[in-house]
Write a new protein. Structure first.
Length: 141
């Protein structure tokens, strides 16, 4: 996460976390870290200087854990969100400071999440920001 923090510091973007200390999930740690790093990196990339990113997690009624990454960035229109996870349509665009983007990271994140039995979804409004939500099964003790 050091690269994400460095990029956020450069753009004066505050990253905050709302994750209960006792929360556990049943997931590959490296994959989970990669998913959160990619979603956080995208949030920073598409947020203007002085914006905010919030990473949060909560247990859902079905005992899964929902993790979200919310930003105050440039957001996306419905056409873009509808095509975001497709390889056959180019949804890549430059970040707010000209950062490059391939759009591949989200496709990989979706695949990793689905391999864990979870789902990835996005809510976004142009000019208002985006929130990416994904679920992971909760650890059964």
């Amino acid at each position: 996460m050091a690269l994400v923090t460095e990029a956020a510091d450069k753009k004066e973007i505050a990253i905050s976390y709302d994750i209960p200390e006792d929360l556990t999930v049943f997931a590959d740690g490296n994959m989970l870290e990669g998913i959160i790093r990619n979603l956080s990196s995208n949030a920073v990339k598409f947020t203007r200087k002085g914006g905010n990113v919030i990473v949060s997690a909560k247990t859902m009624p079905d005992n899964s854990v929902e993790i979200s990454v919310k930003d105050t960035g440039i957001g996306m229109n419905k056409e873009m969100t509808d095509n975001l996870f497709r390889l056959d349509i180019d949804t890549s665009r430059k970040g707010t400071d000209g950062e490059s983007s391939t759009g591949l990271g989200l496709v990989i994140c979706k695949d990793f999440i689905e391999k864990h039995g979870g789902k990835l979804r996005v809510e976004s409004r142009e000019g208002k920001g985006s929130t990416f939500y994904f679920t992971i099964p909760e650890r059964k003790d």
